[in-house]
Design a binder for this molecule. Structure first.
Ligand code: ADP
Ligand code: ZN
Length: 430
């Protein structure tokens, strides 16, 4: 199963040597097989021979999501089409979907990295994993499914939605771990709350693998409390296999990015200059092992930083801090940069606020934050509600530097989301 258990604790010098030789091979292979990269490399004046150290990575051109769309469907394929084994697309949260091909080895590696990640959280063959991600073109469910099977877990391919059925599965088969998006986790937590404490009693849940969307620490805490689990942050993207790119280990102090498979950079998205550990910028990833569709210096648009120093678990692969959002998610409201996650952070810290919210942008630049009240708060009177709304508006003002309107709604009145949530509706007429 695990081909090389020593890889997770390999010394930095050896790890970097491995990265360099894989990078050199990658550049040579792309030069030979993918006209798109041959041209880009020529423009940048680089060949495989010019990659002498990892620092030479910076001489290579970036690849953007626009490049993936421009070469859609198969312009970046590095193997003959009949050698490709599987197709996934990105879920298209932003813009048109992208097509991603997997060779047999890519399929196996993707599962391997997920298995490695799960094991790092303490998961074993005795666990029962209920996979509540969407099965289909989205990588989230399938890749994790095969990863957990590699460990020998009993995997329940539940998919999202249908909370009654999810609960029945958990009760009947003793589910110990769930894999789901933060928005569905919050929704399911709400559903469990509605059921009362009896429904929770027979559950054996211990771990939740939560990812595919940004979420705040407060949201994580809410999920942990409601489901009685430890949450492990899971980061991945279809362009890099899907889930299993970076994952929290049992120490839960940042997500180890598996550096034998990917080279990570954090750059200033405007100047493209590299940023030191601890500084927040755009994550850029280079695939080292992908066969069907390798990508060089892929601009993920995800905003994060490298957690400085080593992890207490002894793994040598560096850690990413919680993703604070996507560069694409940034809203400019009245001239101020606002990330939806900042709003979420404030809302989730307020006990009377429930788990679902929506940010509406209308008119010339008017922001309204709609938030559901928590279950126990539905009796709140008008006066109390107005008071709380203005208190929340004031707290938001100090976090995002612009004061939105706040509207508190009865529990369960906003549309529920099972997969990736749509938190922002922008109808501005600017
Ligand atoms: P799409 O770009 O259509 O959403 P994917 O399904 O491949 O395509 O989603 C990958 C994206 O999901 C990442 O680039 C990132 O923005 C987001 N994401 C995945 N995991 C996490 C996580 N743990 N925290 C924050 N964001 C995440
Ligand atoms: Zn660790």
């Amino acid at each position: 199963m695990f081909r090389d258990p020593g890889i997770e604790t390999l010394g930095r010098a050896d790890l970097e040597r491995l990265q360099l030789s894989r990078l050199q091979a990658l550049v040579a292979r792309l030069h030979e097989r993918v006209p798109f990269y041959r041209e880009r490399f020529a423009e940048a004046g680089v060949t495989a021979a010019s990659i002498k150290s990892l620092a030479d990575l910076r001489r290579l051109p970036f690849t953007t999501s626009a490049d993936l769309r421009d070469t859609y469907p198969a312009g970046l394929l590095a193997v003959p089409m009949d050698e490709a084994l599987r197709l996934h697309t990105s879920s298209g949260t932003t813009g048109r979907p992208k097509a991603l091909f997997f060779s047999p080895r890519d399929v196996d590696n993707a599962a391997e990295l997920c298995a490695r990640s799960f094991v790092a959280t303490g998961l074993t063959a005795r666990d029962v994993l209920q996979n509540m991600m969407t099965y289909g073109l989205f990588t989230g469910a399938l890749v994790a499914h095969y990863g957990a099977e590699k460990i020998g877990c009993l995997v329940i391919p539940a998919g999202p939605g249908n909370s009654e059925k999810q609960l029945a599965l958990m009760q009947d088969f003793g589910t110990t771990a769930v894999h789901l998006t933060p928005s569905f986790a919050l929704y399911f937590a709400d559903f469990l709350d509605g059921k009362g404490p009896e429904a929770r009693k027979p559950l054996k849940l211990r771990r939740a693998f939560v990812g595919a969307e940004p979420y705040s620490v407060k949201t994580r805490d809410k999920i942990e409390q409601a489901l009685g689990v430890e949450v492990f942050n899971s980061y991945g993207l279809s362009e890099m296999n899907g889930p299993g790119v970076a994952f929290e280990c049992e120490k839960r102090a940042g997500m180890h990015l598996w550096e034998d498979h990917f080279i990570l950079e954090v750059i200033d998205p405007k100047t493209e200059a590299p940023l030191p550990d601890g500084e927040s910028g755009e994550l850029v990833l280079t695939t080292l092992c992908r066969e069907a569709m390798p990508l060089v210096r892929y601009r993920t648009r995800d905003i994060t930083s490298v957690v400085p120093g080593p992890c207490a678990c002894r793994r040598t692969h560096r850690r990413l801090a919680r993703i604070t959002g996507r560069a694409d998610d940034m809203l400019i409201v009245r001239g101020v940069n606002v990330y939806p996650q900042q709003i979420e952070h404030v809302l989730m810290a307020i006990p009377q606020v429930g788990r679902n919210y929506l940010i509406l942008l209308e008119g010339r630049d008017d922001m309204t934050v709609q938030a559901e009240l928590a279950h126990g708060e539905s009796e709140m009177n008008e006066e109390q509600r107005v008071l709380l709304e203005s208190e929340i508006a004031a707290r938001l003002r100090s976090e995002i530097l612009t004061k939105p309107k706040v509207k508190l709604l009865p529990p369960a009145s906003l549309p529920a989301s099972e997969g990736k949530a749509k938190r922002v509706i922008d109808r501005r007429t600017l």
